[in-house]
Design a protein around this ligand. Structure first.
Ligand code: HEC
Ligand code: HEC
Length: 620
């Protein structure tokens, strides 16, 4: 409990500026004297004294904090726990959790009003904004906000909140009086991974940092683009949304995975960080409704920057370099002041190394800095895209249960994550890679990766496997309680396990797949491969796990089915994919309810099919 008194007085001093009102892993107090950081991997928040530029204490918060906001002047902060369906209110002086508020699933971003009375939280999968009374510790309203929403910002007059859709980049305005979406700014169809929205402090402008996924291009210099979009929030005509490529913005200097942006409260400077290339642009803001920002410079920051904030007096910039587990302090013109460690990683060093490599577009992952693994698998999740690859249309998969569901890829052409050495060296990433010496060349669609043993040949490649095989995911929000299905899902379970229907012959075991490491692999033609004329690897596919399938739309390897209902009806015409044509409507609906409930209990940490390269579970 060191320096408690200093911090109490820091937090009690009157406000002199505006605290940020957009979602972030960091927040500065209105008086600019303290910073709070959410350490996503550790499940903690760290209080930083900005007078001394020192960390004061690390405080337990819960599973996967994705957003944090001071409540008024402090000393309380509100934290979203993405994996717990919960927002906690923590006293940063005592380190105690004062309130634990049950919410809808996947609370991601959080903003609070100036008085510290209300919080607004974006909920990704359910597509909601919840309004929380912070004194009462109660959810007041849940407002439909769009599809897979992450970014959230509160308008200065507190009449609207703005949210960004993660997979479309749409900006939606929600009117708080009527609890309705009243406006929407749609972008380009390739806009993707918009996890943040920022508002100008005085002018009616919103800023979205995001990427573009060019699904038809499998080339290092054309697949993923860094973008910054501006939305004009004034109602009326004119160009309502413009987007700039942050590659040409920097001449020949490529930046990757724009993650968050910040604007100084005096409206002069604009900052945007790139989580893939570990750098940031600092710009001046121009009020011309045309260029919007003018580049001053670009500077290298720490590893995997994930949050940026400006002090209320506009004089300092704070960057959270997530994979350094540290906050860097800069002056407004990007002179480096200090790096402040916020926590020690609790995960194994190999896992940390793997996550660093997975997130970077620098060598040896990529030669031209355009693409990181995380550009398509953000935090091991999917990017909501169907890529036109040489072998055919392929939906990006999330790494749910992957340690137990090898082989990999829809066509099972890989059997170790280390085989992604081939991806690193491919046209897509053009990286140097890790393995010294020869690997079997890839000729056509022959599954060379299955003949080449890539595991155990490079510590870094093994680290990528250990990280990739570690994706943690919560129980389905569609279950009533752990292990407890709704009545409809309980009926659907009977349909699923009915011998005649036959789902469980392939979707078997605790991970709902018959994938196995032993050869020959179990591949099946379930009648889904005929539609794609570009398919080059045959119409037999590896059975996907059904855990987390509720948030995996669109479905099937080519994304042809939009809903789970379509998978078992429209897209199962010849009953090749289980026998479903005889099922009455209500039983089909029940079956879908069961699928949406997976997982309803925690699957085992070890199965006969579990791979070696992963975080070994703690011995009980
Ligand atoms: C341009 C987007 C893109 C990039 C970049 C990318 N992937 Fe993928 N990833 C995909 C797609 C699409 C699939 C599905 C392909 C298939 O199954 O044939 C996939 C599948 C996978 C799978 C298989 C998951 C499973 O359960 O079968 C793994 C593992 C994986 N990627 C790891 C990586 C790694 C490691 C990197 C970086 C070296 C990477 N990916 C880079 C798009 C991408
Ligand atoms: C013969 C083996 C087999 C049977 C039986 C089977 N499946 Fe599948 N399932 C697969 C394969 C293989 C795929 C991948 C097909 C594709 O992507 O084109 C798949 C895909 C799926 C998907 C899409 C998953 C995703 O992430 O896109 C769902 C949902 C699904 N199955 C549910 C069911 C249900 C429900 C039943 C019973 C009615 C069933 N399956 C019966 C093998 C099977």
């Amino acid at each position: 409990m060191r320096r408690t008194f200093g911090i109490v007085s820091l937090l009690m001093t009157a406000s002199v500026g505006l605290a940020g009102s957009s979602n972030s892993l960091m927040d500065v107090t209105p008086n600019g004297k303290a910073l709070i950081v959410a350490n996503n991997d550790n499940g903690t928040v760290t209080l930083v004294d900005l007078g001394k530029n020192e960390a004061v204490r690390e405080i337990q918060a819960g599973k996967k904090p994705e957003g944090v906001s001071w409540i008024g002047e402090g000393p309380l902060v509100a934290v979203t726990l993405y994996h717990e369906k919960r927002v906690v209110v923590i006293d940063t002086i005592t380190g105690k959790t004062e309130k634990s508020i049950a919410t809808a699933a996947e609370p991601y971003g959080i903003v609070t009003d100036k008085g510290g009375k209300l919080a607004y939280v974006s909920h990704e999968y359910p597509g909601l904004v919840s309004e929380i009374d912070l004194d009462a510790g109660k959810v007041l309203r849940e407002i439909p906000a769009g599809t897979m929403v992450r970014g959230i910002a509160l308008a200065p007059d507190a009449k609207r909140v703005y949210v960004s859709e993660f997979y479309t980049g749409y900006l939606n305005a929600i009117d708080l009086a009527s609890a309705k979406i009243v406006d929407s700014w749609k972008g380009h169809s390739t806009d993707n991974l918009a996890r943040h929205v920022l508002l100008h402090p005085t002018r009616p402008k919103a800023y979205l940092a995001h990427i573009r996924s060019m699904i038809k291009v499998g080339d290092g210099a054309g697949s993923i683009f860094p973008q910054l979009s501006f939305c004009d929030l004034k109602p009326g005509e004119g160009k309502r949304r413009v987007s700039f490529g942050m590659d040409t913005f920097n001449g020949v200097y490529v930046t990757t995975n724009p993650w968050e942006s910040a604007i100084a409260p005096d409206g002069q400077r604009f900052y945007i960080i790139y989580a893939g290339t570990n750098d940031m642009n600092y710009c001046s803001v121009v009020d011309d409704d045309y260029k919007e920002v003018e580049r001053i410079g670009v500077t290298t920051v720490g590893k995997n920057p994930r949050a940026v904030r400006v002090s209320p007096d506009s004089k300092n910039v704070y960057i959270y370099n997530a994979m350094d587990f540290a906050v860097s302090v800069y002056s407004a013109n990007m002179a480096f002041v200090k790096s402040i460690k916020t926590c020690e990683p609790t995960k194994a060093p190999e896992w940390v190394r793997g996550k660093i490599l997975f997130n970077t577009a620098n060598q040896p992952m990529s030669a031209r800095r355009w693409v990181a693994c995380a550009s398509c698998h953000p935090d091991g999740l999917h990017d909501g895209r169907i890529w036109q690859q040489a072998e055919g249309l392929r939906k990006t998969t999330a790494f749910v249960g992957m340690a137990h569901t090898h082989p990999l890829h829809w066509s099972a052409d890989r059997d170790e994550v280390q085989d992604f050495e081939y991806t690193v060296r491919s046209r897509l990433m053009q990286g140097l890679g890790f393995i010294k010496g020869q690997i079997k060349p890839k000729v056509g669609f022959h599954k060379a990766e299955l003949e080449e043993k890539t595991g155990g040949r490079s510590k870094d490649l093994d680290a990528i496997a250990i990280y990739s095989n570690s994706l943690d995911y919560p129980l389905s929000p569609h279950v009533e309680a752990p292990g407890k299905l709704t009545a409809a899902a309980e009926r659907g379970k009977k349909v699923f396990f009915n011998k005649e229907v036959g789902c469980a012959t392939c979707h078997s075991g605790p991970y709902y797949t018959d994938s196995r490491l032993e050869k020959p692999f179990n591949l099946h033609d379930v009648g889904t491969g005929g539609d794609d004329k570009s398919e080059r690897m045959g119409t037999k596919y590896d059975t996907p796990t059904l855990l987390n399938v509720y948030r995996g739309s669109p479905y099937l390897h080519d994304g042809s089915a939009k809903t789970l209902l379509e998978v078992v009806t429209t897209f199962n015409k010849g009953d090749k994919h289980g026998k479903t044509s005889q099922l009455p409507m209500d039983q089909t609906a029940d079956l879908v309810e069961f699928l949406k409930s997976l997982p309803y209990e925690h699957p085992p940490e070890v199965t006969p099919n579990t791979v070696e390269f992963r975080v070994q579970p703690a011995k009980k």
